[in-house]
Design a protein around this ligand. Structure first.
Ligand SMILES: NC(=O)c1ccc[n+]([C@@H]2O[C@H](COP(=O)([O-])OP(=O)(O)OC[C@H]3O[C@@H](n4cnc5c(N)ncnc54)[C@H](O)[C@@H]3O)[C@@H](O)[C@H]2O)c1
Length: 272
């Protein structure tokens, strides 16, 4: 796969998983547009990538605002003339008991995680349809399948992103545009730090999560980036409408545990 001249926009690329994704694209030789609401960090990431790979343009954009999403697409087209890949990664996580939740809490998460994914896709698709080519990769979550208590807006948003991916994949396949989701499990970003900081016993919390991850560790942001690169490349030319879990096996373990727990395996499973 030749990445020279490939134009990739990644939202929420000023930190965490998004930065891991833009690093993978820039290292491969693609041009990258770092879109984020955080101007200081976004400009820093762009400067760093320009120094290391000669790639990287920062565009300040709040993906929950239609005007910002449209401007992001327009500025990319004005600079590079085309969009090959859009990665909808910007997201906010939020855990709060439902009975303590305010309308504003719901709006904040749904506006960024779900509406933002729709808006950026909607404007990028205009340009992709005109060229009859393009790929969109939506960063969803294990919450598309296996969720937790006190995560209603996040689970609703990520579940919505999963089905929006499916619907758009069918709608835009006739134009040669592939649309897929990537669902990360625990990834070594601020979210993982927050989970450990919020726990009364950080080591106990860490062990609890490790017990739920068959591969026994959190992943690095670039491990998500490698899967995104695959979905943006010719290597996945027949893949559309998929939701690929990069979660160390967490979702498959969580969703099978109940099934196994409900029945005795005595005399069925080999005894060790
Ligand atoms: N870290 C994990 O364990 C994990 C697991 C599953 C899914 N995810 C998803 O991966 C994505 C990235 O998460 P992360 O862990 O890297 O988080 P992060 O907080 O490190 O990065 C999120 C980025 O999005 C940006 N952002 C927030 N609101 C924005 C807005 N309105 N417009 C533009 N940019 C905005 C932030 O400034 C930040 O740079 C999110 O969609 C998240 O839901 C993360």
């Amino acid at each position: 796969m030749h990445w020279k001249g490939h134009i990739a926009i990644v939202t929420g690329a000023a930190s965490g998983i998004g930065t891991g994704i833009v690093e993978c694209f820039a290292e491969a030789g693609a041009e990258v547009v770092i879109a984020d609401i955080n101007e200081r960090l976004g400009a820093q990431v762009a400067a760093d990538l320009r120094e290391r790979y000669g790639k990287g343009m920062f565009v300040k954009a709040d993906v929950s605002q239609a005007d910002d999403c449209k401007r992001l697409i327009d500025e990319t087209l004005a600079t590079y003339g085309q969009i090959d890949t859009l990665v909808n990664n910007a997201g906010v996580n939020f855990v709060k008991p439902t009975l303590e939740m305010e309308e504003a809490d719901w709006d904040r998460v749904v506006d960024v995680d779900l509406k933002g994914t729709f808006l950026c896709s909607r404007y990028a698709l205009e340009a992709m349809v005109a060229r009859r080519s393009g790929a969109i990769i939506n960063i969803a979550s294990v919450h598309t399948v296996a969720t937790l208590p006190a995560a209603a807006p996040y689970a609703a948003s990520k579940g919505g992103v999963g089905m929006m991916t499916a619907s758009m994949a069918i709608e835009f396949a006739p134009f040669g545009i592939r649309i897929n989701a990537v669902s990360p499990g625990l990834t070594d970003t601020q979210i993982w730090n927050d989970i450990q900081d919020a726990a009364e016993d950080a080591e106990h919390a860490r062990q609890h999560w490790m017990d739920n991850i068959p591969l026994g560790r959190v992943q690095a942001p670039r491990e998500v980036g490698k899967v995104v690169l695959f979905l943006a490349s010719d290597q996945s030319s027949y893949v559309t409408g998929a939701n690929i879990f990069t979660d160390g096996g967490m979702t498959i373990q969580l969703t099978n545990r109940e099934r196994f727990a409900s029945k005795s395996l005595e005399g069925v499973a080999p005894q060790s």
